[in-house]
Design a protein around this ligand. Structure first.
Ligand code: SF4
Ligand code: SF4
Length: 717
């Protein structure tokens, strides 16, 4: 009788569990369906995409960046499909405690496989549960990566997995005690150890099997009901999200800014765009693409993004995790009405529904906004969140889309950025300086700098793109002069555009002002094409990213190299010889748009370590986990009113290495870092002798001697 009751109950749970879960999938798919179409590229190239998905999922390539957590998670992931066998077996055991799966039931390899996976998963989930407790917000407050997570969902999932795995071993142990277990001790030691202490009880086995089945099917019912339980759903949604990631080569969504798309998911052409039909950014949650909504659904709330975010780490309200969770919760609250065709215009809707449907996506508490403007405008576009996210969520693209709407449709953005936009439109540079000033630095060097008049001079190998900061900002000008001199010493034939150059538009684009970006980009592409540029060397990583990664979409295809890479190559070829000793402790700050966005980590380091006498010490956060200087995402042009200054945080980290010199490879970083160092000096918190400079300046100090003879006689690169 007991077995009949257990059999009926567990079968009922299974039927309801499958039905509710399937209905949940249907609701989720329909919710994603309220989003806009994606660009065609996301649906193309099945072979490469499926390969990436398999490698990233089965190989846990992104999870393993956090080593032991990745290993523990891998076993838990594998246990999910592997232990389906034990669930199937339990459905037989509730009817008959001596039930075994057909065919494989006495294969030692099967017994060993289940034992290993279950034991490793149990160790893994216990470790992760303990980690969450020890490193949770109770212990670490805001510094915990679990701050902002919904804890009950995580506790529930952890409790379920632990209970399931323990049940598996208890059932096996009882079978050992009943002498009904076909596997040898060496293959199933945990089960045999438990068998020594558990009773040989058939009813007990059936009851534990029933317990295991009920909690398993309750899990499916729970996630079928709670579609926003990303910590549970990601085991189903993550592979799909990875498959449809932006870059078919498997890389994360960094580098070029996301293109604006029209209503059909094709690149938006401003000349043909219809503001009533085509999205100018995202002003409502349903204006994200369905992939955007899938991103939000997939968030596991692990907090890796938050733990790396410079805004969050300096006391600002932006947490990339919370931003994603808030968008997810809003999307799932709103979508059911949209699916029924209900919107703000629908007559006689309840006040609460009206409030939900008309809730602004970006707005203050008083405006009932989903995302606070301070959250949106705190982002430096540093990419640390995207780099760390184990399920390939594309935070920067979503932030940019929301900024675009705020800037182009609402005209709502930090007022300081107005000056930036005005200067860019009127003068072609962020400072609003006269274009004739762009060549001032040339009169400050004692060698010839060729300036293009109409076409690049015959034999010119590189167009040296100086950039606005490099031409107009005093500290960055030193880098420009150093690079020009090094190219001169190495005998590289180059030329500059002088006053023909205009801002690449990076700051305008990252602010969300796509019109101004496109205007500047088209102007520059026209100039570059007219002068016949093919190879371009740049000192600014923002220009490097824009010209190299974004101009191709607008018809500008060039081979673009960052100066650190070109200089490292020249040193390798012996055309630059750093021979003078520079006896200094040096630390290097990775610019986000050079490192994370474009994966240039080693050339600047090679240059630094190639200088005799230099003692290089890495900061704790370096390379892909480097900490932003605070200038990206057009933040360079905005006040930083909330929390600690990001550049101060970074400089404190740099100073912890006791440097004589902080080197970098970006004019924006140079400005931000030297500002913070100067502030520290004024407070006597940094030695007066600490210097901040570009890697090129350091190289020049060492390479200037004995290399200046007959530069033109050397071969070009
Ligand atoms: S891009 Fe950087 S600043 Fe912006 S949310 Fe991500 S980690 Fe934070
Ligand atoms: S967005 Fe990615 S990194 Fe951030 S909490 Fe969600 S899953 Fe983790």
């Amino acid at each position: 009788m007991l077995y009949l009751i257990l059999g009926i109950i567990t079968t009922a749970f299974a039927v309801v569990g499958v039905a509710v879960w399937a209905y949940g999938i249907r609701r989720m798919v329909r919710t994603l369906g309220v989003g806009r179409p994606v660009e065609a590229a996301r649906k193309a190239d099945f072979g490469r995409r499926i390969t990436n998905t398999l490698i990233e999922t089965l190989g846990h390539t992104r999870m393993l960046k956090w080593r032991w957590i990745g290993i523990a998670h891998w076993f838990i992931m594998v246990s999910f499909p592997a232990l389906v066998f034990t669930v199937a077996e339990a459905h037989g055991e509730v009817w008959n405690p001596h039930f075994h799966l057909p065919i494989i039931h006495d294969w030692t390899i099967y017994g060993l496989f289940i034992e290993v996976i279950a034991a490793a998963s149990l160790a893994g989930i216990l470790g992760l549960t303990l980690y969450r407790q020890l490193r949770g917000p109770r212990a670490l407050g805001r510094r915990s990566k679990f701050a902002n997570s919904r804890h009950w969902t995580a506790y529930y999932v952890e409790a379920y997995i632990i209970a399931l795995l323990v049940s598996i071993f208890v059932i096996r142990g009882i079978k050992v005690a009943m002498d009904d277990f076909p596997f040898p001790v060496w293959a199933t030691p945990v089960s045999h150890a438990l068998g020594a202490v558990l009773p040989a009880s058939e009813p007990a086995l059936a009851l534990v099997a029933a317990f295991k089945l009920i909690i398993s099917w309750l899990f499916f019912i729970a996630i079928g009901v709670y579609l926003t339980m990303g910590v549970a759903w990601h085991r189903f949604t993550a592979p799909v999200n990875i498959y449809f990631k932006r870059n078919v080569d498997g890389s994360v969504a960094l580098g070029p800014a996301k293109q604006m798309l029209n209503r059909d998911g094709e690149p938006l052409d401003f000349e043909e765009a219809d503001p009533d039909e085509d999205p100018f950014g995202v002003g409502r949650v349903e204006e994200f693409t369905w992939k955007g909504l899938l991103d939000f659904s997939t968030c596991t709330e692990c907090g890796r993004c938050q733990s790396q975010c410079p805004a969050w780490n300096t006391g600002k309200p932006l947490s990339p995790k919370k931003l994603v969770m808030d968008l997810r919760d809003h999307a799932y609250a709103k979508a059911p009405y949209l699916m029924q065709g209900i919107n703000e215009e629908t007559p006689d809707i309840h006040d609460d529904v009206l409030a939900l449907l008309s809730r602004p996506l970006v707005g203050t508490e008083e405006e009932n906004g989903v995302i606070h403007p301070d959250v949106l405008w705190s982002c430096t576009n540093c990419g640390a969140c995207v780099e760390q996210c184990p399920v390939d969520i594309e935070h920067v693209d979503h932030i940019l889309d929301m900024r675009r709407y705020q800037v182009m449709i609402e005209s709502s953005f930090p007022s300081e950025a107005n000056t930036l936009l005005k200067n860019l439109e009127n003068k072609g540079n962020p400072w609003g300086m006269s274009e004739s000033k762009r060549t001032d630095w040339i009169s400050e060097v004692d060698f010839e700098v060729p300036v293009v008049e109409d076409r690049l001079p015959e034999g010119t190998e590189y167009l040296f793109w100086v950039g606005c900061a490099g031409a107009l900002e005093d500290r960055a000008k030193k880098t420009t002069k150093a690079v020009a001199e090094l190219l001169h010493i190495a005998g590289v034939k180059y030329a500059v555009l002088g006053s023909m150059e205009a801002c690449t538009g990076d700051s305008a684009r990252r602010l969300g002002m796509e019109f101004v970006f496109q205007m500047l980009a088209q102007q520059n592409i026209e100039t570059l094409n007219e002068v016949g540029a093919t190879k371009i060397v740049v000192t600014c990583p923002h220009c490097f990213n824009t010209i190299g990664n974004e101009y191709p979409d607008l018809g500008g295809d060039y081979e673009v190299v960052h100066h650190t890479k070109l200089l490292a190559q020249l040193v390798k070829e012996g055309r630059l010889a750093p021979i003078e000793r520079v006896d200094k402790n040096v630390t290097y700050h990775d610019p986000c748009f050079l490192g994370r966005h474009n994966k240039v980590y080693e050339p600047p380091r090679e240059l630094i370590t190639g200088v005799p006498g230099v003692n290089k010490t890495e900061m704790p956060r370096n390379r892909e986990r480097s900490f932003c200087c605070g200038a990206g995402g057009a933040r360079m042009w905005m006040e930083e009113r909330i929390g600690k200054r990001i550049n101060t945080e970074r400089v404190e980290e740099a100073l912890s290495t006791k440097p004589d010199l902080i080197a970098t490879g970006c004019p924006f970083c140079q400005v931000m870092v030297s500002d913070a160092v100067n502030e520290k000096k004024s407070k006597q918190e940094a030695d007066e002798s600490v210097e901040v400079m570009d890697v090129a300046q350091l190289l020049l100090r060492s390479a200037k001697q004995d290399n200046q003879q007959e530069p033109q006689a050397r071969e070009t690169v």
